[in-house]
Design a protein around this ligand. Structure first.
Ligand code: ADP
Length: 670
C-alpha cells in the first residue's frame, strides 16, 4: 500500500479522498489554484502545493505542473477524483512515465471509453446492447443530417468526448437539425476540445440505471450493484439512489454481468461505472462507461458498507479485490441529493457568491463506516461557511446522503435532512430538492429522466410558507438588534426614544424578498400585552432569544415557532418549519425607487464570456429572438430579446468577459 498520494482535484471529492487517506494512515498532498488558496480541501490534506491561476486551465488541468508537484512531494500515486484530469489519457500516461501510480484504469481503457463513439463500437463487438444510432467516423454535416432523418426524430446529438450532461442536444424535427448540430459542435469544441458528435434515437420515458464495477490487476472483476440516477435536469443528475428501485433480481444480475463484460472488454482496472439507459419495458442499453469514481458513489458505499476509495487505492497498489461477487450484498436503501448553488426557477443557472451562512443537518462528514454502524446521514462537502462559490468551478455546495432500512425510510430521512439545510448567499436548489423528494412520482418510485420536466408546473408552483411565524421571528430579531439587547432582556428598556410606560405602536416596513412585495407590520405594546398586525389581522405576539447563535422563538396568535434568523445588513433570512423565508427591513433612510429595470435592458444572468453575437446594431428583432450567446461554467446560455424592437447598441464583442448583471446590449422596445 502507498504511504503518500497526491490528490489532483479540489472540492468535496478531494476532501473525500483525503478522509480515506487519513483513516488508512496515508499522507495526502493537495494541489490548489489561486482561488482555492484557503479552500477546505487544502486544509483536509497533510501537505499542499500551489499549481497556478484560478481557471481550471491554469491549474487543475495542468498535467506537467501536477506531475512536478507529485515528484517534488514524493507522492507514490495520484488520485484524480472526478472531472478535471480523471479521464484524460495524457495525464494517466504522464503519471506512468514519471513512475507514479495513476489511481484509475490503464491508459488503454481510458482511451477505449473516452470516446463515446469508439466505446459504442467496442461494446457492439462485446455483445453489450446499444441504443440505435450513428457513431461513425464520418462527420460530414449532410451525412449526419441524413443519418438523423433515417433514425427518425426525436434524436439526441451527443459530443463523443462529452460528459457531465454537456454537449447534448435533443432534435425533434429535421428543420432544427443544422442549428442544433452547430451549437452542439461549438459546445463540444469549447468544453472538450473535440467536436465529434454521435447520434442516438432519443428514447421517451427512459430510466438512467448504472452499475458500479471494480476490477483488479489479477483478472478479478465484480459489480457492486446498481444506482438509479433518473432524476436529472439538463441531463445532469440531481438525485441518485441505490439500489435502483423496482429492479427484478434477474434484471439486476443481467445488468451487473453486462457491466462486468464491458469492463473486461477493455481490460479494466479499478473503479468504473457502466451507464445504461432503460426502457419502461425493462430493456437496457449501454450508454457509456465512466472510467473513474462517480459523484454518486456514496450511495453504493452506504448500501454495501464499503469504502470505494480504499478499494481504488488497494487495486492501484496491486492488491486483489477485497471481496468476491458472492460476498457482496445490498443492505438497505440510500439516496443522495446534490445541493447546488443555482437558480432552479431561472433554468438552473449557476449562482455564485459567498456562503454567508451555511448549516447542514446533523450528520457525519465522509463517514464510510462498515456493517451496522453506518451513519444514517452523511454529508460530503468541499466548502465551509465563509467560502465563496466562484464561477471557476462546479457550483456544488454539498452532497447529502441518507440511508434507511427501506426506500420509504430513506425518503423520510432525506426530507428531514433537507429541512435542516440552511444556506445564505448564493441561491440554492434545496427547496426544489424538497419538492421532488415529496412529489408523487419520486416518492412512489415512478422514475424516468423526464420527471422534472414533466412535473415542472407542480414542482415550481408557489408553496404556502409559514409567513406569520417567520415574520414574528424576523420582527423579534430586528427588535433585538435595534434595541441592542443582551440575551433575554427586553429591548424596550434600551430604546430611549420609545416610551416604557403606557401603550405605543411602531410600524415596521418590510419587503418579502422572494415575492418582491412590500408590506408593513405594526407592533403595539400596552403594558405587558404585545400585538403584531399584518394583513389586516392583529394577533398577540411574543418573542425571545434562543440559546444558540441566531436562534429565536416567538408566539403569534396560537402559533408557537422556533427557528434561526440570520441577519445580513437589513435582510433577515428566517429558517423555520423546514422553510426558508427572507424579509428585507425597509429602513426608511435606505428607501430606493427601483425603476431601473426597463424592458430594453439586457443583462448577463451570470459572469461569463461572450461567444457569439447574433445581431448587429440597427437590427430589428422579434420577441424571443436569440441575440447573444454566453458561455459560463462551460455551458452555453442564449440571451433572447425580451420584446420585439430594434437593437440600439451592442456593448460587447465575441471573447469579452462580462460580469454578472452587466448590460450586454441596448434594445429600443417597440
Ligand atoms: P454524459 O456523459 O454527458 O453524462 P450520457 O451519455 O451519460 O452523457 O447521458 C446523460 C443523460 O442523458 C442520461 O442519463 C439520460 O438521461 C439522457 N440520455 C442519454 N442518451 C439518451 C437517449 N438515447 N435517449 C434519451 N435520453 C438519453
Amino acid at each position: 500500500m502507498f504511504n503518500k498520494i497526491l490528490i489532483a482535484n479540489r472540492g468535496e471529492i478531494a476532501c473525500r479522498v483525503a478522509a480515506t487517506c487519513k483513516r488508512l494512515g496515508i499522507t495526502s498532498v493537495a494541489v490548489y489554484s489561486d482561488a482555492d488558496a484557503n479552500a477546505k480541501h487544502v486544509a483536509a490534506c497533510d501537505e499542499a502545493v500551489h499549481i497556478g491561476g484560478s481557471t481550471a486551465a491554469e491549474s487543475y488541468l495542468r498535467v506537467e505542473r501536477i506531475i512536478e508537484a507529485a515528484i517534488a512531494t514524493g507522492a507514490q500515486a495520484v488520485h484524480p477524483g472526478y472531472g478535471f484530469l480523471s479521464e484524460n489519457e495524457d495525464f494517466a500516461q504522464a503519471c506512468e512515465k514519471a513512475g507514479i501510480a495513476f489511481i484509475g484504469p490503464p491508459v488503454e481503457a481510458i482511451a477505449a471509453m473516452g470516446s463515446k463513439a469508439a466505446a459504442k463500437a467496442l461494446m457492439h463487438s462485446a455483445a453489450v446492447p446499444l441504443v440505435p444510432g450513428y457513431h461513425g467516423d464520418d462527420q460530414n454535416a449532410d451525412l449526419l443530417h441524413r443519418q438523423a432523418d433515417e433514425i427518425g426524430y426525436p434524436v439526441l446529438l451527443k459530443a463523443s468526448a462529452g460528459g457531465g450532461g454537456k454537449g447534448m442536444r435533443v432534435v425533434t424535427r429535421t428543420e432544427e437539425f443544422a442549428a442544433a448540430l452547430a451549437s452542439c459542435k461549438r459546445e463540444a469544441a469549447s468544453s472538450f476540445g473535440n467536436d465529434r458528435v454521435l447520434i442516438e434515437k432519443y428514447l421517451t420515458r427512459p430510466r438512467h440505471v448504472e452499475v458500479q464495477v471494480f476490477a483488479d490487476k489479477h483478472g478479478g472483476a465484480v459489480y457492486l450493484f446498481d444506482r438509479d440516477c433518473s432524476v436529472q435536469r439538463r441531463h445532469q443528475k440531481v438525485l441518485e439512489e441505490a439500489p435502483a428501485p423496482g429492479l427484478q433480481p434477474h434484471v439486476r444480475r443481467a445488468m451487473g454481468e453486462a457491466a462486468v463484460a464491458a469492463a473486461r472488454a477493455v481490460n479494466y482496472e479499478g473503479a468504473g461505472t457502466v451507464e445504461f439507459i432503460m426502457t419502461e419495458g425493462g430493456e437496457f442499453y449501454f450508454m457509456e462507461m465512466n472510467t473513474r469514481l462517480q459523484v454518486e458513489h456514496p450511495v453504493t458505499e452506504m448500501v454495501t458498507g464499503l469504502d470505494l476509495v480504499e478499494w481504488q487505492l488497494r487495486v492501484a497498489a496491486g492488491e486483489p479485490l477485497p471481496l468476491a461477487q458472492d460476498q457482496l450484498k445490498i443492505e438497505g436503501h440510500a439516496i443522495e441529493a446534490r445541493i447546488y448553488a443555482e437558480h432552479p426557477a431561472r433554468g438552473f443557472l449557476p449562482s455564485t457568491g459567498t456562503l454567508k451562512h451555511l448549516r447542514m443537518p446533523a450528520g457525519v462528514e465522509f463517514t464510510i463506516g462498515t456493517g451496522g454502524d453506518r451513519a444514517p446521514v452523511r454529508i460530503d462537502s468541499g466548502v465551509r461557511e465563509g467560502d465563496t462559490i466562484t464561477p471557476f468551478y462546479d457550483p456544488m455546495i454539498a452532497k447529502l446522503i441518507v440511508r434507511g432500512a427501506s426506500r420509504e425510510e430513506a425518503l423520510k430521512r432525506m426530507s428531514q435532512a433537507l429541512r435542516g439545510c440552511e444556506v445564505v448567499g448564493p441561491h440554492t436548489n434545496v427547496e426544489f430538492l424538497q419538492r421532488i423528494v415529496a412529489s408523487v412520482p419520486f416518492s412512489t418510485g415512478d422514475l424516468d429522466t423526464g420527471l422534472i420536466e414533466r412535473h415542472h408546473d407542480a414542482l415550481f408552483a408557489p408553496v404556502k410558507k409559514p409567513f406569520a411565524e417567520a415574520l414574528a421571528l424576523a420582527c423579534g430579531a430586528l427588535m433585538t438588534r435595534e434595541g441592542g439587547v443582551a440575551h433575554g432582556a427586553s429591548p424596550w428598556d434600551a430604546l430611549s426614544h420609545w416610551r416604557l410606560n403606557g401603550g405605543y405602536t411602531q410600524t415596521l416596513n418590510w419587503r418579502d424578498v422572494e415575492k418582491e412585495s412590500a408590506f408593513t407590520a405594526v407592533f403595539s405594546r400596552d403594558g405587558d400585552a404585545q400585538t403584531l398586525t399584518h394583513d389586516g389581522k392583529t394577533e398577540p405576539f411574543k418573542w425571545w432569544c434562543g440559546a444558540g447563535e441566531h436562534e429565536y422563538g416567538a408566539t403569534i396568535g396560537d402559533a408557537h415557532v422556533t427557528g434561526r434568523v440570520f441577519i445580513d445588513g437589513d435582510t433577515f433570512y428566517v429558517f423555520c418549519r423546514g422553510e426558508a423565508l427572507a424579509f428585507e427591513w425597509q429602513n426608511l433612510l435606505a428607501h430606493a425607487a427601483d425603476s431601473e429595470h426597463g424592458e430594453g435592458r439586457l443583462t448577463a444572468p451570470m459572469p461569463g464570456k461572450v461567444i457569439a453575437v447574433l445581431v448587429e446594431q440597427g437590427a430589428v428583432v422579434e420577441k424571443g429572438q436569440p441575440l447573444i450567446v454566453m458561455e459560463a461554467m462551460k455551458m452555453e446560455h442564449t440571451i433572447g430579446a425580451p420584446a420585439a424592437g430594434k437593437v440600439a447598441e451592442v456593448l460587447y464583442g465575441v471573447g469579452d468577459q462580462v460580469a454578472d448583471g452587466a448590460q450586454l446590449l441596448v434594445l429600443d422596445v417597440e
